[in-house]
Ligand binder design. Structure first.
Ligand SMILES: Nc1nc2c(c(=O)[nH]1)N[C@H]1C(S)=C(S)[C@@H](COP(=O)(O)OP(=O)(O)OC[C@H]3O[C@@H](n4cnc5c(=O)[nH]c(N)nc54)[C@H](O)[C@@H]3O)O[C@H]1N2
Ligand SMILES: Nc1nc2c(c(=O)[nH]1)N[C@H]1C(S)=C(S)[C@@H](COP(=O)(O)OP(=O)(O)OC[C@H]3O[C@@H](n4cnc5c(=O)[nH]c(N)nc54)[C@H](O)[C@@H]3O)O[C@H]1N2
Ligand code: SF4
Ligand SMILES: [Mo]
Length: 695
């Protein structure tokens, strides 16, 4: 039996994997501070993907996109790729090759992928799917606190608070075992939908505020206004631990709850009541999720929630705080070690001369050979195959053909590449578009480290070996790098060797992993970073000082503004998108698990019964939704508490049922995160062929 962690989300629940007589693994929950013996349905069924019928075990190659893939041996596939890349590099320069990574990759993979891009390819064109995920909260936390660690405290701390405000997060579906930590506090759920989390909060006597999508920023300003009007601000904390309150107050001064009601739709008396409940609590947390972030003003919206937290004196206080809920399994570690366009390992900037010199030394190269910053994820995808953009892309751990905004356009860009290489263990929708597909190992077949939503580094152990013919991502990077002329020792294939190098490369950096060793991980030490080689881990940050040079947190004055597109008579409804419990992300993994697809076989649209009726639809019928980008079909699921102006779609389905056929690729100017949460759409009955659910 092996004890390890789940392949999916950032809660990284612990599980035991028990081998059966036929070699298949059975999952049993294990106790860990985040999951306390709980697992969600995806965790319970995770081992099924290891032996899925479509599991890739041979490299696939096609020299012509109109023909089918041929199974080839590794040398043929790798030589084909590197010949092409070398040719592109010499004829069009190193930036003609792009790399796209993932917050699902281990720390070791994320680190080595960034190093591979900068050294083996020499390209600046690397970014990853984390831009779609927590980049707005990361940007807002960095400007407020000087450092981004999603939760700067252990999750278990939250349970002792009196009040927890959850803005744009639906953990009852997205991290069910987390709800165990939220059973005691009074929950204030801010979500345009009556989500499962909102239901649970109400059932326990908590509060649900349902603002119009894209208006949280105004709601947070309105709550700050109330707290100040009622003299509930922590003025000592503001004076001693922060700067910039006066400017922020000027931005909030006009947001009387009555004015806020006008923008958000939340009644003024409920805004006042919620602000008072939060401000008077003995111990309170504000936690934000993707609902606040995936907007063209996501960074400013998170700043507005952080401003409220600072005004109430919550961050850096034992028993109180602000935290962002990281999403992907290694969403936190994935944004620290250099697969981001502007970043070097240890959460340092690639345009910081000192960081460049330090990392160049560890890598054994001249500092000037390191490229500068590249394009962010959505911009990178948008530039593929254009005259000034990359002509080839190597993709690991993401399925943008389903998960990127305005997928028709993204697929078009991907199709215009001269070479698309995808490493995956299944033929995802993106892999199906590739020229070369490299079969890679899965979570339970290799070991590595992940950094969970509370910044704790943990070890995933191997419980079995990869099927014959399959290589690990680290082995793939080594094979490509050596063919591109790199010394083999620069790209180790043993995760522990990579971890040791990552430790050296991050020593003294904000995200310092130099004290993370296999021995300490195995001993069960709670290794929340920074973990300096000599020192202890840091479960709670900011207790004495924030990470800005003056030790103070910064208020950032922000203003409400409308979304990139508003509703019109042609597109009268807001479509917002998100998750349901039984599927993960683009669905590439979970749509291959029988129990999960049987439970949630196809896309649905959650809609108020009156809105459905007004558009000629009833429960169970098939609807077509159309935005300025495209259309999708989904089965109607009416919800009597839905907002009349808003519909919701999960984004786990592909093709004609993809929510991202609708979404707006408009970006937040700071984080470059797309506005996944707001598209103006119209709703109508689907053409007759879609009236019955597919069987
Ligand atoms: N089952 C499941 N769990 C997952 C994942 C998965 O795919 N499936 N993915 C993981 C990942 S990568 C992530 S990032 C997390 C995401 O976890 P969450 O952030 O909890 O998930 P979402 O469903 O994207 O969004 C949360 C809520 O935001 C609401 N929302 C929409 N617009 C707004 C708005 O303008 N304001 C506010 N306040 N709320 C709004 C939606 O109605 C939704 O209920 O989940 C992780 N866990
Ligand atoms: N409309 C809408 N769109 C969204 C969102 C939303 O809320 N609404 N949320 C966004 C968010 S928060 C996220 S995080 C993205 C996620 O969306 P994606 O980036 O597409 O993530 P996944 O579906 O997890 O894709 C992972 C792929 O990599 C493979 N894979 C998994 N692990 C590994 C590994 O270790 N190595 C390799 N080589 N492959 C691996 C899987 O089989 C799968 O094909 O979607 C974004 N898209
Ligand atoms: S909550 Fe997340 S980590 Fe836990 S079992 Fe479910 S998907 Fe896995
Ligand atoms: Mo995410």
């Amino acid at each position: 039996m092996t004890t390890t962690h789940c392949p999916y989300c950032a809660l990284q629940c612990a599980m035991h994997l028990e081998p059966g007589q036929d070699g298949t693994l059975t999952v049993r929950p294990a106790d860990f501070p985040t999951n306390r013996g709980g697992l969600c349905r995806k965790g319970w069924t995770a081992a099924e993907v290891l032996a899925t019928p479509g599991r890739l075990t041979r490299p696939l190659l096609r020299k012509d996109r109109s023909s089918d893939f041929d199974e080839v041996d590794w040398d043929t596939a790798l030589d084909y790729i590197t010949d092409h890349l070398t040719h592109l590099r010499t004829t069009r320069g190193p930036d003609s090759v792009a790399v796209f990574g993932s917050g699902g990759l281990t720390n070791e993979k994320s680190y080595l992928l960034g190093k591979f891009a900068r050294l083996a390819l020499g390209t600046s064109q690397i970014d990853y799917n984390g831009r779609f995920c927590m980049s707005s909260a990361a940007a807002a936390a960095t400007r407020a606190f000087g450092l981004d660690r999603g939760m700067p405290f252990p999750l278990a701390d939250v349970g002792s608070a009196e009040v927890v405000l959850l803005a744009g997060a639906n953990p009852a579906e997205t991290m069910p075992p987390m709800m165990g930590h939220l059973s005691a506090p009074h929950l204030i759920v801010v979500d345009p939908r009556r989500s499962a989390t909102a239901e649970q909060a109400l059932a326990a006597g908590g509060t649900h505020l349902a603002p119009r999508p894209g208006t949280d920023l105004a709601l947070a300003l309105g709550m700050l206004h109330t707290a100040r009007a009622d003299n509930l601000l922590d003025t000592t904390y503001i004076a001693e631990r922060t700067t910039g309150f006066d400017d922020t107050w000027r931005s909030a001064a006009a947001w009387w709850p009555e004015h806020t009601e006008h923008i958000t739709g939340v009644p003024a008396h409920r805004i006042r009541a919620a602000a008072r409940t939060l401000a008077r609590a003995n111990g309170a947390y504000i936690l934000t999720g993707r609902g606040t972030e995936q907007h063209t003003k996501g960074t400013d919206t998170v700043s507005a929630w952080i401003n409220l937290a600072l005004a109430l004196g919550l961050p850096g206080r034992p028993g109180s705080g602000y935290g962002a809920i990281t999403g992907q399994g290694n969403g936190q570690g994935g944004r620290e070690h250099g697969q981001k366009a502007d970043q070097l390992p240890g959460y340092r900037r690639i345009d910081d001369p000192r960081a460049r010199a330090d990392v160049a030394q560890v890598w054994g190269v001249e500092e000037h050979t390191l490229p500068g910053p590249g394009r962010s994820a959505a911009e990178l995808l948008d530039a593929l195959g254009t005259p000034t953009g990359p002509a080839a892309m190597l993709l690991l751990g993401s399925n943008p053909a389903v998960s990127a905004p305005d997928t028709a356009r993204v697929r078009d860009r991907m199709a215009s590449l001269e070479l698309l290489v995808v490493a995956d263990f299944v033929l995802s929708e993106s892999a199906a578009m590739a020229d070369v597909v490299l079969p890679t190992a899965q979570w339970a077949e290799e070991h590595g480290t992940m950094t969970n939503l509370e910044g704790r580094v943990l070890r995933r152990d191997a419980a079995t070996t990869p099927p014959p013919g399959v290589r690990t991502d680290l082995e793939i990077l080594n094979a490509l790098a050596t063919r591109l002329g790199q010394p083999t020792e620069r790209f180790p294939t043993d995760p522990d060797t990579v971890l040791a190098e990552l430790g050296t490369a991050t020593a003294g950096a904000p995200a310092d992993y130099s004290g993370v060793t296999p021995q300490r991980l195995a001993s069960g030490d709670a290794l929340h970073w920074p973990v300096a080689a000599s020192g202890t881990a840091t479960p709670r940050l900011f207790l004495d000082r924030f990470a800005h040079p003056d030790g103070r947190a910064r208020f950032v004055a922000v203003q409400h503004r409308p979304p990139a597109e508003d509703t019109t008579t042609e597109y009268p409804l807001i479509a917002t998108t998100g998750r349901l419990m039984g599927h993960y992300q683009s669905g590439a993994q979970t749509r291959r698990v029988a129990e999960l697809t049987e439970a949630e076989p196809h896309a649905y649209v959650e809609v108020h019964p009156d809105t459905a009726a007004r558009n000629g639809l009833r429960e169970g019928q098939w609807a077509r939704l159309t935005s300025r980008r495209g259309s999708t079909t989904a089965q109607v699921r009416t919800h009597p508490q839905a907002r009349l102006d808003t519909v919701f779609l999960p984004f786990h389905y592909a093709g004609a049922q993809a929510a991202n056929n609708l979404t707006n690729p408009a970006l937040d100017p700071t984080s470059r995160m797309p506005e996944f949460k707001i598209s103006a759409v119209r709703l109508e009955p689907a053409p007759h062929t879609h009236q019955d659910p597919p069987t």
